[in-house]
Design a binder for this molecule. Structure first.
Ligand code: HEC
Length: 204
C-alpha cells in the first residue's frame, strides 16, 4: 500500500492530511490558548454596551458583514485607506468575529466617529442620498421597528461565560438601555463604536 504515492492510496492521503492539519493546530491554536490571558492584559478593547451589542446583532442579521470587512491588514495602502491595522488583541471580546472576507463596500474597522449620527441615518435610509453611485441596499425599515430588549440581558450573560467582563449592573440595566430604541439607532451606536477603543494605540 505504501509503495503507491498519495494520489493513489486513500490511506496515505488521509494520513498526510491528518499530519498537516495537526501541525497547523499545534502552530496556530495551541500557543493562542496560552496567550489568551496576556492578550487580555495588553488589549485596549472595551466590551460593547447593551445598545451597541443590540446594534451588532442587527449588523449581522442584515448581512452587513457580507459586503463589509472589519480587518485592516498591516499593508501601507490599506492603512492609508482604512486607518490603523488590526492587532490580535483587538478582538478578544468579539464572538463571532466579523472580519468578513469580501469587500464590496469599504472596510468598517475604524468607522466610529468618521461621520455624524445624522449622516448614518441618511445613508442607511438610502445610500444614494449621499453617494449617488452607491450599490449598497437601502434599509428604511430599520427606523420603523423598535426593540423590546427582551433577550439582551441573556446575550450579555452568555458573553460573560465566554470571558467578556460584564458586571451584574451592566446586565441588569441592559434592557432599559435598549427598549424603545429603533433598530437603526442601535445599529448606528454600534457603527459609531467601531475602532474608537483602540484608536489611541497607533503603534506598529
Ligand atoms: C451589497 C453590498 C453592501 C451591503 C449588504 C451593505 N453595504 Fe454598506 N456599503 C457598500 C458600498 C458599495 C459602499 C460604498 C458606497 C457608499 O458609501 O454607499 C458602502 C458604504 C458603507 C458605509 C460608509 C463607509 C465609508 O467609509 O464611507 C457604511 C457606514 C456602511 N456601508 C454600512 C453598512 C451597514 C451598516 C450595512 C448593513 C445594514 C451595509 N453597509 C450593508 C455595500 C454594501
Amino acid at each position: 500500500m505504501l509503495s503507491k504515492d498519495f494520489t493513489q492510496s486513500v490511506f496515505i492521503l488521509i494520513l498526510s492530511t491528518v499530519i498537516v492539519a495537526s501541525f497547523s493546530l499545534l502552530v496556530w491554536v495551541v500557543p493562542n490558548v496560552f496567550m489568551a490571558s496576556d492578550l487580555k492584559k495588553i488589549s485596549l478593547a472595551k466590551p460593547l454596551t447593551a445598545i451597541e451589542l443590540a446594534g451588532r446583532d442587527i449588523y449581522i442579521s442584515e448581512g452587513c458583514h457580507v459586503c463589509h470587512t472589519q480587518m485592516v491588514r498591516p499593508l501601507e495602502a490599506e492603512i492609508l485607506r482604512n486607518g490603523r491595522a488590526n492587532k490580535e488583541a483587538d478582538d478578544i471580546y468579539e464572538f463571532p468575529n466579523l472580519w468578513g472576507s469580501k469587500r464590496t463596500g469599504p472596510d468598517l474597522t475604524n468607522m466610529g466617529r468618521k461621520y455624524s449620527d445624522q449622516w448614518h441615518v441618511i445613508h442607511l435610509m438610502d445610500p444614494r442620498n449621499v453617494v449617488p453611485t452607491s450599490i449598497m441596499p437601502s434599509y428604511p425599515w430599520l427606523f420603523e421597528q423598535t426593540l423590546d430588549g427582551e433577550a439582551i440581558s441573556d446575550k450579555m450573560r452568555a458573553l460573560r461565560t465566554l470571558g467578556v467582563p460584564y458586571t451584574d449592573a451592566d446586565i441588569d440595566g441592559a434592557r432599559l438601555q435598549v427598549i424603545g430604541k429603533t433598530q437603526g439607532e442601535a445599529l448606528i451606536r454600534y457603527l459609531q463604536s467601531l475602532g474608537v477603543d483602540t484608536m489611541q494605540d497607533q503603534g506598529e
